[in-house]
Design a protein. Structure first.
Length: 372
């Protein structure tokens, strides 16, 4: 299924002015796609004032589903915060150069009620075939360890009362990882294991409630997920979540140096526990050892996909690859895109990420040529 694609169109943040869309340019890109491939779905978001009706009608006439691209636990002002052991909001400051993703607590049912209100207030008036749920997780290691070893809000304390006994090391294996299989790590320390298990349960319970709400309104569901070997750290349990979705998009961004990008997240994990450059490098190598690979290459990605297949039920699997170009955070060239598409096995298609508006023509062409 190398010639089945989904694409995303970014229309700006929810609370700011919409980014102007060049509709004729987008339609010209879509015509190129339809000539060579199947376009199964387009995720558009998330500014509610963006003028997308003409585009949505055009896509539906061609048999392409139009999904609302909706952030859940990050990107909204009214989410209640993650809380640290001192009952203070967790700081999620990033380097000034990084994208700012500040997360609310996935374990707090108020936050799910809030997202439903946001949907009703801003999006319900438009016609969508489905909802693509993004940022369905706890924060990763981007801001150090504190945002990961959460949450201590009253809702989370009620469900995970031992979290203040968490002990983390600072050596080459700070989490006490003893192995990796079936999309999960095994950890030596029971309290730490229980914390990550709780985080996955919190995300899953909240999403089941949110998905039930959308299913009642007859929407299809897509899920944006971290690569499995990173998903464990942010509370995403593929086996628990995927069966609720029509499709999942694991983000296998091997070039992206921003949240969800594989080199970025591995670096942030290795750096989060401090130490000298040598110690940080040892930590990275130890993680590779646990993953039984020497690099995050196509053979490792295919192993991840193979492991995923037995856990995701009937959900379709679109491998998320970058096609945008950014000199610093995503230096993506045609050869990389072709390698991804030609070498990936056992998928239903590819999610060309993360914004068709900013995708260079040669990158789109590379994806379509490789998919033929
Ligand atoms: Zn909480």
């Amino acid at each position: 299924m190398k010639n089945h694609f989904t694409v995303q169109i970014y229309t700006g943040e929810i609370h700011s002015a919409p980014q102007p869309l060049d509709i004729p340019a987008l339609i010209s890109k879509f015509e190129q796609i339809y000539q060579k491939a199947h376009l199964d779905c387009v995720m558009i978001g998330e500014n509610p004032d963006a003028e997308i009706d003409e585009l949505a009608d055009y896509l539906r006439q061609r048999g392409t589903d139009v999904y609302l691209w909706l952030s859940v636990f990050s990107g909204h002002r009214g989410l209640s915060a993650l809380v640290n052991p001192q009952n203070k909001p967790v700081r999620q400051d990033y380097d000034p150069d990084d994208e700012k993703f500040v997360f609310g607590c996935p374990g707090n049912p108020e936050n799910i009620r809030y997202i439903k209100q946001i949907f009703e207030k801003y999006y319900q008036r438009r016609k969508y075939d489905g909802i693509f749920l993004d940022k369905i997780r706890f924060p990763g290691f981007s801001c150090g360890t504190e945002p990961v070893f959460t949450c201590f809000c009253p809702h989370c304390r009620a469900n995970y009362p031992v979290s203040d006994r968490i002990q983390i090391g600072n050596g080459e294996n700070p989490l006490g990882i003893t192995g990796y299989g079936n999309l999960k790590y095994t950890l030596a320390d029971k309290n730490l294991h229980d914390l990550f298990a709780y985080k996955a349960e919190a995300v899953t319970a909240s999403l089941i409630s949110l998905i039930a709400y959308f299913r009642e309104k007859k929407y299809k569901i897509g899920l944006d997920l971290f690569a499995p070997f990173l998903s464990y750290f942010v509370g995403q349990d593929y086996a628990a979540l995927a069966p609720y979705a029509d499709f999942i998009k694991p983000m296998f961004y091997r070039k992206t140096y921003a949240p969800a990008g594989l080199p970025f997240e591995i670096d942030k994990y290795a750096n989060a526990f401090g130490g000298s450059l040598q110690e940080i490098e040892k930590r990275r190598l130890y993680l590779y050892k646990m993953l039984q690979t020497s690099a995050i290459d196509m053979s490792f990605i295919n192993r991840e996909i193979k492991a995923m297949r037995s856990h995701i039920g009937t959900a379709k699997l679109y491998s998320g690859i970058e096609v945008n170009y950014h000199e610093k955070i995503a230096p993506v060239k045609a050869s990389y895109i072709k390698e991804n598409i030609r070498m990936t096995e056992n998928v239903d298609g590819f999610a060309l990420s993360w914004d068709l508006c900013g995708t260079p023509d040669e990158n789109l062409k590379a994806a379509l040529d490789a998919g033929e």
